[in-house]
Design a protein around this ligand. Structure first.
Ligand SMILES: [Fe+2]
Length: 399
């Protein structure tokens, strides 16, 4: 039976039939879902809606839950992490990321040499990244902007892991599954260890034979991970589906729509976003805002989920170069999830006089800023020969 109940009476185990608000107003991946954590209830309360619809055939009814008593959080403690300001989290985020990239390079080498993947190494590394993301997501996501061509494959694996965990958190999925999501992202390209490097790094286009060889990394990844003790079913499915596309144009199975799991769809979006923004031997990376537009315009992905991803990473992600209303260029240094159009920025360049300025940090969402500054547009930093990442505090932590 579908019932309308006050949000104050929501309990873990109920099934949300409809959140009773515009889809864009809530952070969840789906409109209908089972409540599995107190954190999800807190997210629903934060939206500010007074009543929601539950389906009592698919989940608990009000009467099933302590006679419909008022909320009592005593039985479930809040997640055991403390949020930290960006500046305080950067060093830890850079440290765990650097270690994860080193570990991933070694694991790819091991797999190349026919050795097994050891979850005993992978799990603690992802747990450390997950803890950092829970403390401050911008720190790790900002670091994904600092890319090194020489370590591309290992770095890409770690970036996808970070982006997927940030996405997981932003979609208010279960905190207990965050590490599994990170492991899935980290290992989705493990099969590339069996593809000759000259093909992976070949400048120019691939021949049909080479393309077929690269595509086999999905099959190889599954073969490797099926022999890996401790790997989860979610990770196997993510690896299998990360090149499937919502419009049916992907590979290897040409799956379509929601036949692809949510994690498979999240993996595809995170993978493409990181690949589009990276410089490779055969192409230049494009700016984050252009990558967002491409993700939407190709029509290959679930556009509703892409929009959720943009909400997670920011319309102007950390590390983007933007033009301000006063003619200056600034680097986005911290996102503002409540106000995506007004992040914290560092003003660095006068585009009219064409000269660098002493860097000045401005919070565009602050009512106290000295002038009515707004972002006019995103700028392609390469066209201006500006390297925004050098102006991030993150640059100090370059691995
Ligand atoms: Fe892949």
């Amino acid at each position: 039976m579908i019932k309308k109940i006050p949000t104050s009476r929501l309990r873990v185990g109920m099934y949300i039939y409809d959140l009773n608000c515009d889809w864009a107003s809530h952070p969840f991946a789906l409109n209908d879902f089972q409540i599995t954590s107190q954190g999800q209830i807190r997210e629903i309360m934060k939206i500010g809606i007074e009543a929601v619809y539950i389906d009592t055939d698919r989940g608990l009814d009000v009467e099933d839950t302590a006679a419909g008593s008022p909320p009592d959080d005593a039985g479930e403690r809040p997640p055991e992490y403390e949020t930290k300001p960006l500046i305080e989290e950067l060093a830890a985020a850079a440290n765990v990321r650097k270690k994860a990239i080193g570990m991933m390079s070694r694991i790819m080498e091991d797999v190349r040499a026919g050795k097994p993947v050891e979850m005993e190494q992978i799990t603690p590394a992802v747990e450390n990244m997950a803890r950092s993301i829970l403390r401050n997501t911008d720190a790790s996501v900002g670091l994904t902007r600092i890319k090194r061509v020489d370590k591309y494959t290992a770095e890409h694996c770690v970036n996808v892991s970070i982006l997927m965990m940030a996405f997981h958190k932003s979609l208010s999925l279960d905190d207990d599954e965050l590490v599994q999501t990170g492991i899935s992202g980290l290992l989705q390209d493990i099969g590339k260890a069996r593809i000759p490097e000259y093909i992976l790094n070949k400048p120019g286009g691939l021949t049909p034979k080479e393309t077929a060889a690269v595509r086999r990394h999905v099959k190889y990844g599954l073969e490797i991970l099926k022999k890996t003790p401790g790997i989860s079913a979610v990770s196997l499915r993510t690896v299998a589906e990360h090149h499937e596309r919502f419009d049916g144009s992907g590979y290897p199975a040409k799956m379509r729509g929601d036949l692809i799991s949510l994690y498979g769809q999240m993996a595809a979006i995170s993978d493409v976003y990181d690949a589009l923004t990276a410089d490779r031997a055969y192409k230049k990376g494009i700016p984050p805002h252009a990558a967002m537009i491409e993700l939407l315009q190709t029509g290959q992905h679930n556009s509703a989920l892409v929009q959720k991803f943009i909400h997670c990473i920011g319309i102007y992600p950390v590390g983007s170069l933007v033009a301000l209303s006063n003619g200056c260029f600034a680097v986005v240094i911290e996102s503002n999830s409540d106000n995506l159009l007004h992040p914290r920025v560092k003003i660095i360049f006068d585009s009219i006089k064409r000269q660098y300025l002493p860097p000045e940090v401005v919070d565009l969402s602050s009512p106290d800023k000295k002038e009515d500054l707004t972002i006019i547009s995103a700028i392609d930093a390469k066209k201006w020969h500006i390297r925004p990442e050098e102006f991030l505090e993150h640059a100090r932590y370059f691995p």
